[in-house]
Design a protein around this ligand. Structure first.
Ligand code: VAH
Length: 321
């Protein structure tokens, strides 16, 4: 059994990844960690440690204490917050991957998962069905950090044999843990507002098409690439990953099939420029060919699950305007 440390386990993806890994490998083999105790559910759900992803000794102390051999590095500052605090985003996103890559290079851990993002692409990238290998000139700090991180992952694999694996996540939609500081967060907020208020003011314009994915598919892809035979993981920068591609208009129409009175209004903010720089849809055929990836959720199936779960979560809440 692998001995796993999830860094950034308090976040939207990190938390659900932790629950899944504990199901697969046993709770005793999965240590959740974060910079603080903000996600009380994850803190109280099993083994938890405070780990600062920017502090090599903090990570090293934890992997020694728990005899860790595998790290899922999920801590990062996302696109919207990264534009507000560029150097903090650079420091967190880059220092953390270097520490984990060096721990592997020096033989302290065997395997790494590190999330990249479709944010590595920019306004000069072909926007429809974006290929695995194409122009990538990101115009956000977050996208720059993910592009640089991919280069270092590939370098450490090729030069030092580090077994690092990575996926270019699209926007991820889930109901258990709210996302923080992303441009695609609207696609999570809209479901909560639809169930609670039957109205959502969207910070992107109605025809802003972006690549998206339901959390269960993202978690399954992450587990699948980490379990794949090493020689099938041919791309060691990061794999394109895709499932859905929709606009705020599309998602509001899917919601109205369940909540006919739901209304959406639009008030684009600074995040519109970020969204405009990203692809509209992604070609992930390399992942489907190399390690047999496939997704399960389309927009209607995801919307049904989100609304069902959130109605249950908020069943005691009154509707507010
Ligand atoms: C963000 N959720 O919005 C992240 C993601 C593709 C978007 O990387 O910044």
């Amino acid at each position: 059994m692998p001995r796993i440390l999830v860094i950034g386990a308090g976040g939207q993806i990190g938390s659900e990844l932790t629950y899944k890994l504990r199901e697969l490998y046993g709770p005793e083999n999965v240590v959740a960690s974060d910079i603080g105790y903000h996600n009380t559910h994850i803190v109280n759900s099993g083994i938890f440690e405070i780990v600062d992803a920017q502090d090599y000794d903090s990570i090293k102390t934890c992997i020694d204490k728990h005899e860790i051999d595998t790290i899922y590095l999920m801590a990062a500052m996302l696109s919207a917050t990264g534009e507000k605090y560029p150097m903090k985003a650079w420091d967190l996103n880059i220092n953390s991957i270097f520490h984990v890559l060096n721990l592997a290079k020096d033989g302290f851990i065997k395997q790494i998962f590190w999330p990249s993002s479709i944010a590595v692409f920019g306004p000069t990238t072909p926007a429809l069905n974006t290929p695995q290998h194409t122009i990538a000139e990101p115009t956000t700090v977050y996208g720059i950090t993910k592009q640089v991180g991919e280069r270092w992952c590939e370098y450490y694999h090729d030069k030092y044999g580090v077994d690092v694996r990575s996926l270019r996540y699209p926007g991820i939609i889930s109901w258990k843990t709210m996302p923080g500081g992303g441009t695609t967060d609207y696609a999570v907020e809209i479901y909560h507002k639809a169930v609670l208020n039957k109205h959502y003011e969207c910070f992107l314009s109605e025809n802003t098409q972006l690549p998206m994915m339901f959390m269960e598919d993202a978690i399954n892809a992450t587990v699948k690439i980490m379990q794949a035979e090493s020689n099938t993981v041919k791309i060691r920068s990061s794999y394109n990953l895709a499932a859905l591609s929709f606009t705020p208009k599309d998602i509001s129409e899917a919601i109205q099939k369940h909540i006919p009175e739901f209304k959406i209004t639009y008030k684009p903010d600074f995040r519109q420029n970020i969204a405009n720089s990203w692809p509209k849809s992604i070609d992930d055929s390399s992942a489907r060919t190399d390690w047999n990836w496939s997704h399960n959720y389309d927009l209607d199936k995801m919307t049904e699950e989100m609304i069902t779960q959130l109605r249950n979560k908020y069943k005691d809440s009154t509707t507010t305007n």
